[in-house]
Design a protein around this ligand. Structure first.
Ligand code: MET
Ligand code: ZN
Ligand code: ZN
Length: 416
């Protein structure tokens, strides 16, 4: 029947192994294009970077003069440790309670397919969009989006699309209210390195690489604690503080039997995943890194593996309005309600998404993945989404896309 076909299309997409470091992007693009064909959507496949296809679909509206709607999703997923899953991460098996297990079931193949299923429903009901509706299926979000959404946002093609609003990913909600995001934290992936004279493992002396690095780590931990304390005290939400987490430590002199134990190494390195809220003095953090965490006076250096500004191209913090000034926000609220969904209070996304490349241009972008009553399992073992929630999400998008694609149609060209 209808529902089992919907689920089996989702499973087919989930079974394409698009995990880094070797995502099968061509299989994903072929699949999306086959879906587009069955829906009679216009399609183009663009390789801004060879081997990394981006699929752009179009459902043309009647009013080409109005700004369009962009429904964005990424096709790549993070790797899965197969042995630690109870079911195969690319098997998309459904258990007795209807949970579909797969890497990407929450992040974010669900959303990409839900957009398409919602369009399928709208088309079969005879609905015709007023505005152009575009769908972008982009590569590489999980490694920074530089060869995907960033290239799209900076392209001439993108200007021609005349996008007025972007929808992108959010997070699952453990309770019944859908979470929704109006901003996100910017990544600053920072590597700090210490050097110092090597020496005998038995000798106490100052300025070893290890000691220099440890002083920094102590300082980082103090700052981390000050931020985390505000969350623990309920003063700030997760997305409103700076998060700093040490993600690697690299030091020591390797030997065939492990590490040399009686030699203090001459170099030591640590990596930190730092995320900065949009209204935060990013320059002060950069100063802290240079002066406290990697001071030249302690023989230290640093570099950023990834760094995004919290400001858009006009120098404003990247925040999408969630009040009367933003009709897209009001339309979303209303459309979700109409489909019997409840929205939680809008939040700042604690991690990062491709939405930042669109907000950077000054466009409004809303992060929304309609998954209620679902534990947050993105990037975790045994990621799953219940098929009933998936189906409910399609109804939510049907309502949202209908509202967005109709918006403005009640006015004549002159009134607008
Ligand atoms: C900085 S690239 C973002 C990759 C991923 N979405 C994350 O937040 O970790
Ligand atoms: Zn994602
Ligand atoms: Zn992710």
């Amino acid at each position: 029947d209808d529902q089992s076909e919907i689920i089996s299309r989702f499973q087919s997409y989930l079974r394409i192994d698009t995990a880094h470091p070797n995502p099968d992007y061509h299989a994903a693009a072929d699949f999306i294009n086959a879906q587009a064909k069955s829906l009679s959507l216009e399609s183009q496949t663009i390789e801004f970077v060879v081997g990394k296809p981006l699929v752009l679909l179009k459902w043309p509206g009647k009013r080409r003069d109005l700004p369009s709607i962009l429904l964005n999703s990424h096709t790549d997923v993070v790797p899965a440790e197969h042995g630690k899953w109870s079911l195969h991460p690319f098997g998309a098996e459904v258990d007795a309670s209807g949970r579909i297990f797969a890497r990407g079931s929450q992040d974010m193949k669900c959303v990409g397919m839900q957009y398409l299923e919602a369009i399928r429903k709208l088309k079969s009901s005879g609905f015709e969009p007023v505005r152009d509706v575009y769908l972008s299926f982009v590569p590489d979000e999980e490694i920074g989006g530089h060869d995907g959404a960033e290239k799209l946002a900076h392209s001439d093609l993108f200007k021609q699309l005349n996008v007025g609003i972007v929808l992108d990913e959010g997070l699952a909600s453990p309770d019944a209210n859908y979470r929704v995001f109006y901003a996100e934290r910017s990544p600053m992936w920072t590597v700090i390195k210490a050097v110092g004279a090597p020496g005998h493992g038995a000798k106490l002396y100052d300025n070893t690489a290890m000691e220099n690095l440890l002083k920094s780590i102590e300082s980082v931990r103090k700052f981390r604690e000050s931020q985390f304390d505000m969350v623990k005290a309920g003063l700030k939400a997760e997305g409103e503080v700076v998060s700093v987490n040490m993600v690697f430590l690299k030091a020591g002199t390797p030997s065939p039997t492990g590490f040399v134990m009686n030699l203090q190494p001459s170099e030591a390195e640590a990596g930190f995943d730092i995320r900065v809220p949009p209204i935060y003095d990013q320059a002060s953090l950069e100063k802290r890194i240079a002066e406290e965490w990697a001071p030249a006076a302690r023989n230290m250096t640093f570099y950023y593996k990834q760094k995004a500004s919290v400001l858009d191209k006009s120098g404003r913090p990247m925040l999408t309005a969630t009040d009367n000034s933003n009709p897209w926000w009001l339309l979303l609220e209303e459309a979700v309600k109409k489909a019997n969904g409840k929205l939680a209070k809008p939040e700042i996304f604690p991690a990062s998404t491709d939405a930042r490349y669109f907000r950077e241009l000054g466009l409004p972008a809303i992060g929304f993945s309609p998954m209620a009553n679902t534990p947050i399992l993105l990037h975790d073992h045994n990621e799953f989404l219940n098929q009933d929630e998936y189906l409910k999400g399609i109804d939510i998008y049907t309502s949202v896309i209908k509202a967005y694609a109709s918006y403005g149609g009640e006015w004549t060209r002159d009134e607008l």
